[in-house]
Write a protein that binds this ligand. Structure first.
Ligand SMILES: Cc1cc2nc3c(=O)[nH]c(=O)nc-3n(C[C@H](O)[C@H](O)[C@H](O)COP(=O)(O)OP(=O)(O)OC[C@H]3O[C@@H](n4cnc5c(N)ncnc54)[C@H](O)[C@@H]3O)c2cc1C
Length: 315
């Protein structure tokens, strides 16, 4: 498709709602001619490449109060809520979030360059379906809080991604926030050890979407065996997915060299990348298997990160 000069020269109407209910009402009333805009970093590349139509109406989400803020849901619940317009830079520098869910910062620091991260939002990344953050959020059992005609609706991220994989939907509303469960928060119990790792390989070292990414979130028991684990993987145009067979393989076992070899073989079979004219399927399967084995090795204590270990939050 040709670069849409004519469309870009036409000024869109910009709407600036202040509540989630107003934002959703605008979208419903204007219909397909309207687009929610958060940081605009992904949309801009899609408009310029002709991959998405330049909308006649932009609904600017940056003034919607319910979409901002990042912190514990409440003392009893123990989980966290991240507003959809929280920027990736804020995710990267939030000390409390890092202490509770370091995987978020691990993923945020691999995405784009600082100038993009200052605008790009966690909601926009998750809803891009193929973003690095979607892979990390999947390994944290995240839930999406939508505003739509039914009011506010909570849905597991994995369910929404499954529907996207089946080609069924698009976003079913305005994303208000992402909820992270207490079960994935660290530390879990005094005798347990929770570790996480996020690995990404791109066509160059930095500032580039992933060819393959892998997120791992594991709890080790007192003997160092895997008590609980979530592994997700994505990359390219693949919608990220949990690696259920790999998780089942390692659960209850010590992450020794023999297990890492078995894990490598299972991920080679289970990881299912989308065709890419520039990167071969075998290479991507091998890379995903290498990253998963490395992540488990790292998490087993050879380099795993928890609060106070490895990198500190930064701006
Ligand atoms: C130079 C560059 C490098 C990049 N590198 C990476 C990278 O390494 N990894 C990576 O994952 N991405 C990368 N990206 C893509 C992009 O920056 C991220 O995906 C970003 O997080 C998108 O967030 P945003 O707020 O800019 O989304 P926007 O562009 O504003 O929106 C993206 C989509 O989500 C919808 N949307 C946004 N917020 C909501 C909401 N609250 N409710 C409903 N719909 C919503 C929009 O309508 C749109 O369809 C890169 C982009 C650039 C320009």
């Amino acid at each position: 498709m040709a670069y849409p000069h004519g469309e870009l020269l036409r000024s869109p109407s910009v709407w600036q709602p202040v509540s989630a209910e107003e934002a959703w009402r605008l979208k419903r009333e204007i219909g397909t001619g309207a687009s929610f805009v958060a940081g605009g970093t992904l949309l801009r590349t899609q408009w310029e490449a002709g991959l998405a139509p330049y909308p006649a109406h932009m609904i600017d989400l940056t003034g919607v109060a319910e979409l901002s803020g990042c912190g514990p849901v409440d003392e009893e619940d123990g989980g966290w809520r991240i507003g959809a317009i929280t920027t990736l830079a804020q995710c990267r520098s939030h000390a409390g979030l890092f202490a509770a869910y370091p995987l978020i910062m691990e993923a945020a620091r691999t995405i784009a360059a600082p100038a993009v991260r200052n605008l790009a939002t966690i909601g926009g990344n998750a809803l891009s379906r193929t973003g690095d953050m979607a892979t990390a959020l999947l390994a944290l059992d995240s839930e999406l809080l939508w505003q739509n005609d039914a009011g506010t609706v909570l849905e597991p991220l994995s369910d929404w991604l499954d529907r996207e994989r089946a080609g069924l939907s698009g976003a079913p509303g305005l994303l208000i926030a992402i909820l992270l469960p207490a079960a994935c928060r660290m530390p879990i119990t005094p005798n347990a050890r929770r570790r996480c790792a996020f690995h990404k390989v791109g066509r160059r070292e930095a500032f580039i979407p992933p060819v393959v990414n892998v997120a791992l979130n594991v709890e080790l028991d007192g003997d160092g065996a895997v008590a609980d684990i979530r592994i997700s993987a994505g990359g390219g145009t693949m919608i990220p997915a949990r690696l259920a067979a790999a998780e089942a393989l390692v659960r209850g076992r010590l992450p020794d060299a023999a297990l890492l070899e078995e894990l490598h073989a299972v991920v080679m079979g289970e990881y299912a990348p989308m065709p890419d004219p520039l990167v071969g399927e075998d290479y991507r399967r091998m890379t995903a298997a290498n990253l998963a084995a490395a992540a488990l090795w790292q998490a087993s204590g050879a380099g795993g990160r928890g609060p106070g270990e490895g990198e500190k939050p930064c701006c």
